[in-house]
Each structure stands twice: as C-alpha cells, then as structure tokens.
Design a protein. Sequence first.
Length: 293
Amino acid sequence: MLRIGAHMSIAGGVSKAVDRAVAHGCEALQIFTKNANQWRGKPLDAAEVKAFRRRIDQTGIQPVVSHASYLINLATSFPVLREQSIAAFVDELARADALALLGVVIHPGTCTAGTEEEALRLIADAIRQAFRARPRRRAMVILEHTAGQGRTVGHRFEHLAAIIGHLRGSARVGVCLDTCHLIAAGYDIVSEAGYRATFAAFDRLVGVDRLKVFHANDSKKPCGSRVDRHEHIGRGCLGEEPFRRILHDRRFAGLPMLIETEKSKRSEKAGTIETDPFDMRNLDALRRLRRRR
C-alpha cells in the first residue's frame, strides 16, 4: 500500500508540522523548510531540528520530504538569477540533510532563453554544482513532473530522462509525479488504457525505480490543458478512479502519496494544533479508496 499524507505548515517551528501530520492521521509528510516565496530563510533552530527528528522517530511518519522555494529556477541562463537559484537550492539540500529528510522536491525550471534542450542541460549542471557543494550528503533531488505552463520544462517524461542522463544516472536523483500535472500535461490517467500507457512510457523512459513521491491532486482543467490548477480529490477532471488505481498498483507499494489540495481558511488558535476540514476530507477520500478494491 502507498503511504498517505499531506503538505503541512511549519508555523511555530518545523516540529509542529509533525504534530499537524499526526492530528490528520498522516503516514508521510511534506514541508517547506523556510518561506517558499523568499530567497533566504533564517537558520533552522538546533532545538527545533532535534525535536523534529525525535517526533519523526516516535511517530513512524515516513518518508518526509521538503518542497523547494518557488523562486528557484535551475533552467535559467540569466547569470544573477542562476547564481541566486543555485545558492538557494544548495541551502534547501542542507536543510533537508539537517532534518534527515528523504530529499527535496523541486520543479525543474523555466526557459528564460534558448531551447528546451539547453534548459535541460542547465538544470543538470545546476544539480551537479549542488552535489559538488555537498558531496557527502544524502538528501535526494526529486524532480517534479510539471503541467507544462508557458516555457516550463519537465512536463514530458523525455525531459526528466534527459536531465537524469546528463547527470549520468546519479542515484541521488528521483522523480515526483503529480496527478494534476500528469493530466494537464496530456497524460491520460483517467481511462484504464491511458493509465497503462502512461506508466508504461514512464517506466520505459525514466524507470519506475526513480519514482519516489506522488502528489495527489485532482485537476480543475482537462487533459492537455497545460494549466496547473489543483482541485479536491474526486471533484475535478480526474475523478476518483485514477487515485484508486495508483493506490492499488503494486509497483508503487510503500511510496508516499501527498495531498497539496486547497486548505480551508480556518486558522488555529494560539498554542493549539487543529485539523483542517479540507485536508481531512481529501485524506479520508484517499483512505477510503485505498480500502476499496
């Protein structure tokens, strides 16, 4: 069985994300290790790092990944943005190592000039620089397949395969598949035949062994729209059946399936950990589908 979980806030300290995950019955977890819309984050508090790792050990929540800042663009050829992006990415990996995370999920990037092939080489080169900066560390780079909006790359399995190929098949590189992004990029995982064809292509081009994380999101937009708009599980263009198929697909046993669906506007009272009704609804939908054959 896949391990069902969610992206949780680190408000109040990174260890609070674990408490939120426990309150929602999560088996796996994704976090930001700093503000996702800022280049720099304050250093992780040593006591919080210790508390986070202790709570993960106590709860058995695994795996845990972080999601990189949305500002990072490893595909850019603009010198200043590229320097900022690589430095921020190295910091993301350092934070993941400090917290003993499986890895950092990152969008491959957006072409700011040149061809797709040039952008893919730039991404690989940036990852290579990050590995050189942290040669003895364990945190993986987990490339997230994208919806294909604008000039973003990573929306074709061939793109992911090319990046990995440029890195000579490094074992430190994995892949995250987002169900919303798959359908938006034109991969039909709704029909049974489309589902089979999609994952056969992924295995042939990238390899199922590279798959480390699923993001579970329904889509507001139809197949091939190349528009990334998440919807609650079962309430969009995917419906429930693709999620049920993935949850019962033996090839993916043990992998995390993490929701990134919209949260409610409800705020926690100071000093408390409260469940989000939207998160609970989406997590319960996945748990129900996991029980259903």
